[in-house]
Each structure stands twice: as structure tokens, then as C-alpha cells.
Design a protein around this ligand. Sequence first.
Ligand code: ZN
Length: 498
Amino acid sequence: MYMSMQQKEIFLKHLNEMNHYKQALELMTWDRHTSIPNDGLQDRLEIVGFFTEKLHQLQTSDKMVNCFEQFLSSGDPILQQAAQVCKTTYEQKTNIPKEEYKAYAMLCSESEAVWHQAKQEDNFKLFEPFLEKIVSYKQRFAAYVGYESHIYDALLQEHEPGLEVKEIDEVFADLRPMLIDLLQRIKNSEAVVDASLLRVPFAIEKQKSMSLALLERIGYKLNKGRMDTSAHPYTFGINPNDVRISTYYDENDFTRSVFSAMHEGGHGLYEQNFGTDIQHTLLAEASSMGIHESQSLLWESFISKNKLFWESNQDVLKAYAPQEIQKLDLETFYRSLHQVSPSPIRLEADEVSYPLHIMIRYELEKDLISGKIKVSSIPEAWREKSAAYLGVTPSNDTEGVLQDIHWSSGDFGYFPSYALGYIYAAQLYESIDGALNMEQIYRDQNLHLVKEWLKEHIYQYGKRKTPLQLLKDTTGKGLQTDAYKTFLQDKYKGIYHL
Ligand code: ZN
């Protein structure tokens, strides 16, 4: 179909306008997390509400519908995909009746506050009626969205487009016994792996300089970004020329700040390298939550926790780390980064138990949404799964079912992305390893070549490809656990002498 220059200009202008609101909102999010004085918060929230409303109006206007309908089959590949994103957003914003959504949003903000209190007081009963209401809203919303085989698919689409329960069930069922077995063998191992060797006083300023030096080595551009401090590490992608990250510091444990910086740096690299042809089109966003997570985990877990990474970055350690750390030999240093000790708490989890935490949440939230389990049975089911998968039973609900904020704010369908991120990352790392000489790259400090590979195969596309398309085009395969299983088994076999 032929589109006139004028139609094209109108659509581009419309996209640009939405992009401006999004950038302003992201900048305010950065400010809220890193800089705003306490008393400024109230006014700011009002302004955020105002901008969000304006953006919502643009996303759901008749003009918008007119635009995307014209461009859905325009033949212009980028504008056609931008139109598809606008259409999906429009449907997400409008398929739930306005009044119902408003009531739900109010319930969620009340529920978050109740959850905080319930967690503090270890009182699930307090939170239970709120969770019941949220689950029934989510069931209704899923029905509005529609699904083919499983009701949970409707919620999954928002975070992992193209993936369904059937597929996730399959890969998790394949992964679960291997992880449980690996944990057990590590537990039985007599090898000494001691993270406390790294827990020595390390000046925060020096931790920061060390993180910045390493970020530079992985190709994160500081003239297009910056690193701040916030309670939770975060990446704020305002636009590809302004991608900010944040980290947090523990004076007695530099691994927290440095590996958070590597994690957020991985997210940041993705956002700094979206193709110039998709900027301002709404396509300059991650393909999915799981793919975004795969990029942070690739740099954090697969690259910056690799022994060769530290071998080639000895100069950075020498420049900033205290004597106690410098005097550790490379092998001890590397092993200390990988102590495995299962905890009932997800945020304290090691690499091996982390995906099992995700499976507990995924299985329970899926059964909640499909009505297979009642909210009142959740604490007990949580304890059972925790014991069966992790070998630890939370001593109370604060450490169990009440530990995460997600359900209280209505975030269902989001948890699987964390585990999918590992699986995607392993598949990608395997492809990179096949395409490039990784050993040489580590030795020559040439990690920017990895970034270039990712730019060519992943980053530049933004939302133009779905997660499964990206996997197929880069690895020739669909979602598969082999690479991830091999990565974990080989790594921990060496560390724990299994
Ligand atoms: Zn992340």
C-alpha cells in the first residue's frame, strides 16, 4: 500500500510525541530513585500522574488508531512494526473497562501498603483478602485479553511475547531435577568455598572507581551514561544517548556493588545500542523482559564471573582493591565469588538456587490464576515447595510467601522472565563462544568485540524481533536448556570438585 509523505509525517510526529513523554517519565523515575529530596516526592508523584495520563491519551486517541491502521500493512518494515506496537499498546490500554482498571489500581496501591505491614508483622491473614481480590481481577483481565490454551498465557504475553505456559512448563520441568541434584551434590561436597574471604573493608569511593573501570572495559559508554547510587540497582534508559545505571554499596562486601554494576551495565549496553533507524519509533525498547534480563546476566554471570575475566583485569584489582583481596590467588578469588548456600530468600540466592526460587513463584501464581489452588493454601504450598526444591523451609511467612512485593502490586506473569533470562543468556553465550575466540578476547581485553556481536545480533533490533525470533536467528534453535545446564554443571564441577 502506498503511503503519502504527509501520512508518514503525521505518524512519525505522533510517535515522537509519545517518545517525548516516555523520556520525561523515565528521567523522573531516575530522579525519584537517585536524587529527589524527601519532601519533593509528593509533588513529583502528581506530575508523574499528569504525564502518564497525557501519554495514555496519546496511546488511546482516535488519531492513534487511525495512524496504526494505515501503517499496519504499509510495506515500510519499520513503520509497520511501530504500528503493531501501537496497536498492542492500544489493546492493552483499552480492553479493560476504564472504571474497573481504576478500581484495580487503587486496590494495588492499598495492597502494597498492607503487604508491607503484613511482611513486617509476619501476618499473612492481613494480606490474604487483598491477594484474593487481586487474583480475581487478574483472572478477569486475562479473560478480556483472551488466550487459547491456558489462562496464564494472557498474563505472560505482556512480558514474554510469543511464549506460553506449555513451553515454560517443559523447560522448567527439564531444568528442575538437574538444579536440585546439583544443589545436593554441592551440599555433600567437602570443598571449601568461602565468600567471607572477600568481605573486607573496601572504601566506597574505590569500589565506585573499580566498577567504572570495569564498565568501560565491557564497552558501556560513560559519555552516554552515568552511574548513581540507589536502594535497588536499576537501569534508566532515557534514550540510547542517555542510559543511566545505579548500584548500591556495602563497605564490607564489594561484590554487591561491582556485580550489580556489571548486571546493570549489561542492561545499559542493550539500551545504548538500539539501532539508529528505530529511535523515536517506540521500537527502541527491549524485545521482552526475559531478553533484557539475559543481557544483564550475560555480562554479570557468564562474563564478569569468568576466571579469565579476572585474570585479564588484575590491573583493576591492583589499582583499587585492598591488600587482603589482592593477596588472594586468582583461583581462591574466583572460587570465593561462587559460594553456594541456599536461602529461603530469593534476593540472597546464589546462581544455582536462584532459578528454583523462580519456579516456586511461577508454579504457585499459575495455579492461583487458573483457580487450581486457593489463596489461603499458598503459605503452606510455598513451604512445601521451598523444602522440596531448595532444601530449606522458611521459618515464617516473612521469609516465605510474603518476601516479594510483586503479587501485592499485581505483577503476575513477570517472574518467569528472571529464569528465562538465564536460559537465553546461556544459549547466546554458547553462540558467541562458537563465533569468537573468547579465550583470546579475555586475554587481550577485547570484550568490546562481544558487545559488537551482540549489537549486530540482538541490540540493534530492539522490539523488532520477538525473543524466540532472536534465539532462532542467533542460535538456530528454539528455547533449550542444554547450554544452561552445561554452563552450570561445568562451572560448579570445577569449583566444588564434583
Ligand atoms: Zn536485571
